[in-house]
Design a protein around this ligand. Sequence first.
Ligand code: SAH
Ligand code: SF4
Length: 381
Amino acid sequence: MPIVKSISAIPESLTGFSEDELEGLLRVMGEPGYRARQVRQWIYHGLAESFNEMSDLPLALRERLAKEARLHSLTNMREVTGKDSTVKTAFRLAGGNVVEASLMSYRRDSGAPRYTACISTQVGCAIGCPFCATGQQGFERNLTTGEIVDQVLHFARCLRKVTGENERSPTGRSLSNIVFMGMGEPLANYDAVWKAIEILNSPGGFGLGARNLTISTAGLVPQIKRLAGEKLQVGLAVSLHASENRLRNRLVPINRKYPLEELIPACREYSRVSGRRPSFEYVLFRGINDSLAQARSLAELLRGMTCHVNLIPANATGDASFRPPPRESIVAFALELKRLGINATVRQARGQDIDAGCGQLRRRIPAGEKTRHRQDKMMGE
Ligand code: SAH
Ligand code: SF4
């Protein structure tokens, strides 16, 4: 825990503070220990948008916090809703960078809508997968914990406005899942992402169960091993896309550093140590990785591992070499995997009409607008 001497020196918003750090901060301000609990209650359960709303704090403290601390770190720049109700939001960060996140809705068997937020962890990405809009933008910087947590809080507030759900109760909230599958490589920003996960999981924080949080990675082997040793067992999704090194080197360039013969054993180890079943994302590209022989080679690679394969037809980006296969090839690929005993599901691409593919919304914002404050209409308003 950092030693907090003065709050004006801290650039991070309060949403990036652990429980202990917030307590330390308020103690420095001469406040009793229970204040941290009150403030956290307002941030994560009350979903407060300003210190002024924190009505059980003394007015002088609210005013001091408003002057000296930051409650949130994002400005909502643009929000679009697709035909399938996927909402995609572009946020401006302090310093002018832009990231995006999306909110997808699903209907449970009971008919009640549930929502999954897809969150960014970096501005851009250094891994540079050629089919990915984010990868084509290069790497700018890591997000802070507060910037990661704030994306989730943004969607929780949107949903509260739409559903009118009880804002003080995390249980029964319709925002039930968070996937770190937005812009960037979460495991390349491990510490900030892990701290965000602890805040999102903590009962005094956002209060989501670890099994409702999933990290997606291009395959950073040392970090996968580190993840296996963590106390909180979050879900792991590995972006595989190819079952042999030559093709994977091209599609997911980090494979040159961590080839399949290191990655797959690390995933087996993760599954054994954590008791959780990893999933493998396999984006299908027409004529590149969609043949039946490749389905057989994938089944062979994963043989004996308790896992799940998500087959995702490619989202077309600017590069014409990466197109989705025809429907029949996708179905045939899935059936071949199933025939060979591999659990596989074809995932529907979400939000395609609004460029919901990784990094695409941000790319469409003209350069001048990226640094301008612009509060578009919020969903449902
Ligand atoms: N960097 C991490 C998480 C962010 S990318 C990772 O690569 O896993 C999240 C997912 O979106 C990855 O599975 C990635 O391969 C996929 N993705 C990126 N561009 C895509 C596209 N054009 N079509 C379909 N999926 C894409
Ligand atoms: Fe980075 Fe993931 Fe995009 Fe690859 S797919 S460039 S790892 S964000």
